[in-house]
Ligand binder design. Structure first.
Ligand code: 5GP
Length: 226
């Protein structure tokens, strides 16, 4: 059957942010386990590894010097300093994946997300909101991987980040991982149905098509009088 529409097959660039401890990593993991054709970009960072981190999987852990060298060589789509450490999205692979029709997820903080939106206005920016500040505090303290000062800093940063939520396209509250992951899937699906992704509409001459239909000998609807 011939198609009526030609739509952009390019993958979507999806930016996901949210305060530390809001559960965005777990939501993304859940989403990735349920969807194909989507790739999570691995960032570079100069921060120290934490228990549970896996080198070249959680991040590419590099020194500040190496990071600065990469900045000089224009290797990042965006980068930011967050809690005193560098974090950056390597440009490599992103364009290639998008061209192949693969969706790319960037899990990055607010300053980086805003930079991406500037460079790629069609990027889909989603903010993950913790269910409450009390719950966020519980999660940050409960993580037990950092000292009091670092937890306090992350909590202060969370307040600032939440204040930027209106600069995003969508907000998803993490009441449950499964629901939040479903909402992300729904957002991505609706973005693919946007009319601005239409490249061409293949419609034949309307008069001719109607004439052909009326001349069709199998067309026996008696309600239609010529
Ligand atoms: P964490 O140290 O907890 O792994 O990450 C701290 C923050 O840095 C998180 O909000 C995370 O989303 C963000 N982040 C991770 N990778 C990047 C990146 O490549 N660029 C930017 N701007 N932020 C990042």
């Amino acid at each position: 059957m011939s198609k009526i529409l030609k739509q952009k097959e390019r993958g979507s660039l999806i930016v996901i942010s949210g305060p530390s401890g809001c559960g965005k990593g777990t939501i993304i993991k859940d989403f990735l386990s349920k969807h194909d054709n989507v790739w999570l970009s691995i960032s570079c960072t100069s921060r120290d590894m934490r228990p549970g981190d896996i080198a070249d999987e959680t991040y590419f852990f590099i020194s500040r010097g190496e990071f600065e060298e990469k900045i000089k060589n224009d290797e990042f789509l965006e980068y930011a300093v967050y809690n005193g450490n560098y974090y950056g999205t390597p440009k490599e692979h992103i364009e290639e994946k998008l061209t192949k029709g693969i969706d790319v997820i960037l899990e990055i903080e607010v300053q980086g997300a805003l930079k991406v939106k500037e460079i790629v206005p069609e990027a889909i920016c989603i903010f993950i909101m913790p269910p409450s500040m009390k719950e966020l505090r519980k999660r940050l303290v409960g993580r037990g991987t950092e000292d009091k000062e670092k937890v306090l800093n992350r909590f202060k940063t969370a307040y600032k980040e939440i204040n930027e939520v209106t600069r995003y396209n969508y907000v998803v509250t993490n009441d449950s991982i499964e629901d939040a992951s479903k909402k992300i899937a729904a957002i991505i699906m609706s973005e693919k149905c946007r009319v601005d992704r239409i490249e061409e509409v293949y419609l034949n001459n309307e008069e001719e098509e109607i004439h052909e239909l009326l001349m069709d000998k199998d067309f026996v609807n008696e309600d239609i009088k010529i």
